[in-house]
Design a protein around this ligand. Sequence first.
Ligand code: GTP
Ligand code: MG
Length: 154
Amino acid sequence: GLKKKEVHVLCLGLDNSGKTTIINKLKPSNHGPTLSFTVFDMSGQGRYRNLWEHYYKDCQAIIFVIDSSDKLRMVVAKEELDTLMNHPDLKHRRIPILFFANKMDLRDAVSSVKVSHLLSLEDIKDKPWHICASDAIKGEGLQEGVDWLQGYTE
Ligand code: GTP
Ligand code: MG
């Protein structure tokens, strides 16, 4: 029979951005008969962010989660993203990066277009990327992102 292709996905982003909530919502969903995502949920707290890099070598896709309502820390998220993009284990690989502009339900949330400007995503030329606004609690916007990711990992 067909063997399922297992894709290792790293879920990164600052603490409190919604990574664990997103992953828990994604788990029960079906990614098709030939593809299985194994998603690694990393802690986003400052003192643990240096652990992320140990997982770069073996990952085939990245989900980067941003709290769209956390304008104060948008610059910190950008710094972490820049560090990640320049890491030797990722720099020259065309692995897809899916961004979730999460917490779109909050009154203070900025649009996904605004988030992509604040993070200068248009400067990412050497990797396919995509951004979706999401509400991880209601599960909105998540499937669109996963569908996009699937297209790059099949
Ligand atoms: P760390 O594990 O500390 O790095 O955080 P995390 O990125 O895993 O965040 P987590 O999923 O634990 O979510 C943090 C808080 O935000 C929780 O209280 C969630 O319920 C809440 N949250 C997550 N997604 C959303 C969302 O889309 N909208 C709203 N309003 N709250 C959300
Ligand atoms: Mg978490």
